[in-house]
Each structure stands twice: as C-alpha cells, then as structure tokens.
Write a protein that binds this ligand. Structure first.
Ligand code: 2AM
Ligand code: CA
Length: 266
C-alpha cells in the first residue's frame, strides 16, 4: 500500500472510531441546523479535526479541503475530506455512513480511502494501481445492460435548485428499465459499492466534491466509468454524476440525458 494511503487509512480509522464512540450519545449532541435537512454536528467537526491532525503530523506541507473547515494551506497537493458522509443517517442511527478521503495533486485524484465504521469495511484506491476492499482487488460488476441492474441514487435536497422535475423524470425511466433503485443516503459509500460490484451504477444531482472525489477514483480503478450528466468530466464542479460498469454507465447516461434541462447541461 502506498505510504499516502496508509496515512489516509489511519486518519479515516481514527475518525471512524470517534464517530462510533459518539454514536450512542448522538441524541445529546449539539446539533445545529443550517436550513432544512441540513445538519452539521459536533461529530463531523471533531472527525474532520482528527483527520487533519493525523495527516498533518505525517505530511505538514499538505493542504486540505474539508466539508467542515473549507480550503486551507497547499492548493496543489491537498486532501479532500468528507469526515462523515451520510450525516442524516448517522443522526437517525440508520447504518449507512462513512468517512471519505481523497488525495489530490493539481486537480488529479491520486488516492482514495472510504471507511465504513459500522461494517468496518475499508475501500482504497490509488491511480494506476487498482481499487481494493480490505486489501483485495475489487472490480465493477460485469452486468451487460440495465436489465437486472441495481442502481444507486440520492434524492435532490439542496433547496433552491432541486431540479426535482428533471430528477423524477430520470427516476421514472430508471425504475422501469432496471431491477431496482437503492437510496441509502451516503453517496461516497454508494460509489464504493459500485466499485465493488454491489451496485451496477449510480447517479445523483448536486453533490459536492468531497462526496465524490474518493469514490470516482475507486470506480475508475475498479474498471468502471464516471462522468457528469453531459458525459463530460465536470462532476467535481457541478456535483452531477453518473457512474457504473462501462456498459451500465453508457446505458444509464443515455436514459438520463434526454431529461436534462439547460441548467443541468452546464
Ligand atoms: P453528507 O451526509 O456528508 O451531507 C446523499 O444524497 C448525499 O448528499 C450524501 O452524500 C450527503 O452527504 C449529501 N447531503 C448533503 N446535504 C444533505 C441533506 N441535507 N440531505 C441529504 N443528503 C445530503
Ligand atoms: Ca457528504
């Protein structure tokens, strides 16, 4: 394992342990609401601080882009951090949440770590070196079409530009063409599941770079494909993403594309 991945794994496990320690006390936490359905907990902040502390001790020159603390330090070589992806699930003790870390150099994602502290499953990937679950190589599924496919998604949630009608039109199509849709509530974990072949594909609108950075590398390194909804590479900026094994990615993209409004084509 690459030395950077080792440090990423230590940081993710430390955050995961903290998340699990707080789990039993979750209802007593100070929960601040930043608008509808948008919780930022003390746990998120502490988990992110633990991650940054672990990495900084090993690599003082690295920068960070964290969901909680924003951009700091080096902007050429930095870690993109989602300290607790699936916060809403966590608050409800619904067991689908994870820690997601990606190491980025000049816009290129080099390493990714996704850790599920409930199952203690650890997903890792390094560019050019494949993706692993518990150190064993993983591959995307080999399903050849949407028929029988299991597709992950997330519902639109950001108030002002939900694109709900467009999303529901896509949803309607995907329901009728596949074996089913799953909406677990942690985009990073869903992407890791695509890489591991547990889901055949995934799409969502309006995510943030920390939700997808590690998972995108994982899917690609596991032999899958990822694009934005126009088929381009702008998912880190737009947060609109479709991924899957190569055939499912192509088919899913084809199904979704006719429902893009002009705003979603940007
Ligand atoms: P988060 O838990 O780190 O915020 C699910 O659709 C994905 O969207 C998750 O990765 C989740 O990450 C993100 N998300 C952000 N805000 C959300 C909200 N208010 N409701 C549901 N998911 C949200
Ligand atoms: Ca997130």
């Amino acid at each position: 394992m690459h030395a950077l991945v080792n440090i990423g794994v230590s940081a993710a496990r430390r955050a995961g342990d903290l998340i699990m320690r707080y789990r039993n006390r979750v209802h007593n936490l100070k929960v601040s609401s930043k608008g509808r359905n948008d919780f930022v907990t003390e746990v998120d902040r502490q988990a992110e601080a633990a991650i940054i502390d672990t990495i900084r001790k090993a690599y003082p020159a690295h920068g960070f882009l964290g969901e909680e603390t924003g951009q700091q330090g080096n902007t050429e070589a930095y870690w993109i951090i989602d300290p607790l992806d699936g916060t809403t699930n966590y608050l409800h003790d619904f067991p689908a949440f994870c820690v997601s870390l990606a190491f980025c150099v000049r816009g290129q994602i080099e390493h990714g770590v996704i850790y599920d502290p409930m199952s203690q499953e650890l997903f890792t990937a390094s560019r050019g070196d494949g993706a692993q679950l518990e150190g064993h190589k993983i591959r995307v599924s080999n399903r050849r079409s949407l028929e029988g496919a299991l597709i992950g998604t997330g519902f639109p949630f950001r108030g002002h530009d939900l694109h709900l009608d467009e999303y529901l039109a896509m949803f309607r199509e995907v329901i009728s063409e596949t074996a089913g849709i799953r909406r677990a509530g942690s985009a990073a974990l869903d992407l890791a599941y695509v890489a591991a072949g547990r889901l055949d594909g995934f799409w969502e609108i309006g995510l943030k770079s920390w939700d997808v950075a590690a998972g995108v590398l994982m899917i690609r390194e596991a032999g899958g494909m990822v694009s934005d909804l126009t088929g381009g590479d702008g998912f880190m900026e737009s947060g609109n993403i479709v991924g899957g094994n190569p055939r499912v990615h192509t088919a899913l993209h084809k199904l979704i594309a006719p429902h893009l409004s002009d705003a979603l084509k940007k």
